[in-house]
Design a protein around this ligand. Structure first.
Ligand SMILES: Cc1cc2nc3c(=O)[nH]c(=O)nc-3n(C[C@H](O)[C@H](O)[C@H](O)COP(=O)(O)OP(=O)(O)OC[C@H]3O[C@@H](n4cnc5c(N)ncnc54)[C@H](O)[C@@H]3O)c2cc1C
Length: 410
């Protein structure tokens, strides 16, 4: 068996694992990233696209935003359609913060290139990853790299391996409390090679179900339809997808929607999951490994980046000063932000979707909430602060000084 040694063994080369590795390297902390999929696969995986300003600022401070600053689409508001009328929520006017549309796979490509350029160790197509002895001060990760059995000794293990990863499973059941909620619908998402029909995100609340028009670039549109859970993709040929999108976005009988070749399609279940605490011994979970939210409020990737920011800062203080207090407080800081994200995701999900069992009374209540949002500046501001991520900075603000992505002055 080949034996390696690092300071932080990171499982998973999604946004969380790669960003953590990069932030640690900026502070001179060594890590090895282990990813079960191929590089090509993780670079092509289509998922999130809405980055909050706090996430963009973190990437910028860490020197990761050159391409994002050139290609990302900065937004200052979104459109909301319901009851046959269109309204705009100008979140930048209300909060001073913007959002940025930039595909998660592009962010992952940028991160991999940055790790490569810095000589970072990222191993793809790694099999049999198994964290060991996480409750001790000498945790290890066993795995198979290019057919060789490898054991990596580390000071800490970061579980950044997503919802279906292996790290969370290594924590004894009695050591954590888990929370789960499954929604009775799913999202059918498509990526299409067609210029977006809208400049800003367009959320459409329709009696047939919710639809979202998003975008990844001036030439690529991303669109979603609320569908039944476990909806077979085979039931959705291109013409049916476009027809349903046209219907749900239609305004005053007009069905204007740019259509083009569909590059990829998938059905995503709508689920919330959380665990407390997010750490066990020397194992720290970050991002989707510890919590997931339905994509309605686009919080998943942003919460993942927020976790990583806290974890990188806590590890930095541990290595620089030998202080364990920030590591011990990791869960507390992240969970407050995470529950805020859970709550807002649940609010947006119930505001936008048609629930299969809802009665006419529930429909009327939703319409009243939507009307309030577009007529009350106070309601719109409170909503916008959550939407752009500003509300989260208040929760993590106290710890903020220690959390800068900039390398510490030595
Ligand atoms: C359709 C959709 C739309 C979304 N839209 C948004 C949005 O607009 N904004 C937003 O903020 N969020 C959004 N999200 C959520 C966002 O994509 C996730 O929150 C984000 O991917 C979390 O990053 P992560 O690195 O924590 O986990 P992941 O991206 O899941 O990465 C985990 C990595 O670990 C690897 N891995 C798993 N198991 C192992 C193992 N045993 N060994 C080694 N490696 C392993 C996986 O292959 C993967 O590469 C969306 C999600 C979906 C599905």
């Amino acid at each position: 068996m080949r034996r390696l040694r690092t300071q932080v063994a990171i499982v998973g080369a999604g946004p969380s694992g790669l960003l953590l590795s990069h932030l640690l390297a900026l502070r001179g902390i060594d890590s090895i990233v282990l990813e079960q999929r191929s590089r090509d696969y993780v670079e092509q995986r289509v998922r999130a696209g809405l980055l909050e300003q706090g996430t963009v600022d973190l990437l910028r401070e860490a020197g990761l935003a050159d391409r994002l600053d050139r290609e990302g689409l900065v937004h200052e508001g979104f459109e909301l359609r319901f009851d046959g009328s269109q309204h705009r929520l100008p979140f930048t006017e209300l909060t001073g913060w913007t959002t940025c549309m930039y595909g998660q796979q592009e962010m992952v490509k940028d991160l991999i290139r940055a790790r490569e350029a810095a000589g970072g160790q990222v191993h793809f197509s790694v099999d049999d990853v198994a964290p060991r002895d996480v409750a001790t001060t000498c945790p290890r990760v066993r795995c198979t790299i290019a057919g060789d059995a490898v054991e990596i000794a580390a000071d800490f293990i970061a579980g950044c391996d997503g919802f279906h990863g292996v790290c969370r499973q290594t924590i004894p059941a009695g050591a954590v409390t888990t929370y789960e909620h499954v929604y009775p619908f799913a999202w059918l998402g498509i990526l299409a090679a067609v210029p977006p029909s809208t400049v800003e995100l367009l959320y459409a609340v329709h009696e047939r179900g919710f639809a979202l028009h998003s975008m990844r670039s001036p030439a690529i549109s991303r669109l979603y339809l609320q569908v039944a859970p476990a909806e077979p993709l085979a039931d959705w040929p291109d013409h049916r997808i476009w027809a349903e999108l046209r219907t749900r976005f239609a305004l005053d009988g007009e069905e204007a929607l740019n259509e083009g070749p569909i590059l990829s399609r998938s059905v995503t279940e709508m689920r919330s999951f959380a665990m407390e605490p997010m750490q066990y011994g020397r194992l720290f979970l970050a991002g989707d490994a510890a919590h997931i939210v339905p994509p309605s409020a686009a919080k998943g990737l942003n919460l993942a980046a927020a976790d990583v920011r806290v974890l990188a800062a806590a590890l930095t203080v541990w290595y620089a000063e030998g202080r364990p207090d920030l590591l011990e407080g990791y869960s507390r800081v992240c969970l407050a932000a995470m529950w805020q994200g859970q709550e807002f995701s649940a609010v947006m999900t119930s505001l936008l979707h048609r629930f299969p069992d809802e009665d006419r009374y529930a429909v009327k209540l939703r319409q009243a909430r939507l009307r309030d949002l577009v007529t009350s500046r106070a309601a719109a501001t409170a909503f916008a602060e959550q939407y752009v991520g500003l509300a989260r900075t208040r929760l993590t603000g106290a710890a903020g000084a220690a959390l800068s992505a900039r390398p510490a002055q030595r």
